[in-house]
Design a protein around this ligand. Structure first.
Ligand code: GLU
Length: 328
């Protein structure tokens, strides 16, 4: 078998973080150049040729359209290049779910695309980045990894970007996946898929957004009124995601204001501030009457990314937005 050739797109994050040494807490995400990181990785004797390309060296809280556009363009080029077998994106964990889902929605599935991060800086004792990266190489080199959409490799698990979220601020096992479980378990030596590829031959579902429409997340709190909804409309929000209580609930005056927003052509998606679970239609809120959309399994961050992509693709009518949330 020929050695797989893997494009490594660097964006920064803790996996490339350098700080105050092995026992300090402070560090700078992206402090380490991608070339240095890849040099360290190559020294591990991984069975792959790594081709580094630096996109950014930032903490992922600062990522935005320009970096996403550069990532999308680099992935598109590599997907068309017969000399590249798979793609790894090193990324901060704070927004890995947003970048991963955006690329999942806007790229075809015929080669493995693997996001990877770390919870401990590269120079911290017990750093997890090298192991996560070695795992990512194992996944990106495996022909069985194609046809599954964008994946996230963390903590010896392979998660579908569509289902993954960050659920812990500092433990190395920081990601959860819902409603589906992990796609595989992985170590640097082993890879066990739990099922066959389920998205073989899929083309990009949506066009990459030519700009980022302003879509806001509004978190519900007990006793709040409708003013925050009005403020969002006042600054030109083109879509609103409610991080509601329980099954996407909010005080009656807030729901009424959101219904007025929907009636004025601003799509509104009801998600939940609860860590995990479905938000279904017409449970306590009459979505049919009020023109609202239920986020189903998507938490606020991924619901916002999907709504951004839909609005950018001209899909704003409630039934069509709901169909997308049901179908992705
Ligand atoms: N906030 C930084 C980021 O997301 C560090 C967190 C991390 O990578 O785990 O890039």
């Amino acid at each position: 078998m020929t050695t797989p050739r893997i494009l490594v797109l660097g964006t920064g994050g803790t996996i490339a973080g350098a700080g105050t040494g092995a026992t300090g807490a402070a560090y700078r995400p992206g402090g380490l150049a991608l070339g240095t990181l890849v040099e360290h990785l190559s020294a591990l004797g991984l069975a792959a040729e790594l081709v580094p390309q630096e996109i950014a060296r930032i903490g992922s809280q600062d990522i935005g359209w320009a970096e996403w556009q550069a990532l999308h363009a680099a992935c598109t080029t590599a997907l068309a290049d017969p000399a590249i077998d798979g793609i790894i994106i090193t990324h901060g964990t704070d927004t890995a779910e947003e970048t991963g889902f955006l690329l999942d929605l806007t790229l075809p599935t015929h080669k493995p695309i693997v996001m990877v991060g770390a919870m401990r800086a590269a120079d911290a004792v017990g750093a997890d980045g090298m192991r996560n990266f070695a795992n990512a190489v194992k996944v990106a080199s495996d022909p069985q990894a194609a046809g599954r959409g964008v994946m996230l490799v963390m903590g010896d698990a392979v998660l579908a970007a569509r289902d993954a979220r960050k659920a812990a601020t500092s433990s190395i096992d920081a990601f959860r996946t819902f409603p589906r479980g992990p796609l595989a378990r992985v170590t640097p030596a082993t890879l066990d898929w739990f099922g066959p590829p389920h998205r073989t031959g899929e083309l990009a579902r949506y066009a990459f957004p030519p700009e980022l429409p302003r879509v806001a997340i509004l978190t519900a709190g007990a006793g709040m009124d409708e003013k925050p909804v009005e403020a969002l409309l006042g600054i030109g929000a083109r879509g609103i995601v409610l991080a509601g209580m329980g099954q996407g609930n909010a005080p009656r005056v807030v729901i009424e204001a959101l219904a007025r927003a929907a009636a004025s052509g601003v799509p509104v998606v009801r998600s939940t501030r609860v860590d995990e679970g479905l938000v279904d239609r017409n449970v306590e809120v009459d979505d049919d009457v009020l023109g609202l959309v239920a986020a189903r399994a998507f938490g606020p961050a991924r619901a916002r990314m999907l709504l951004i992509v839909l609005i950018a693709n001209g899909i704003t009518e409630a039934a069509a937005v709901q169909a997308a949330f049901d179908g992705v």
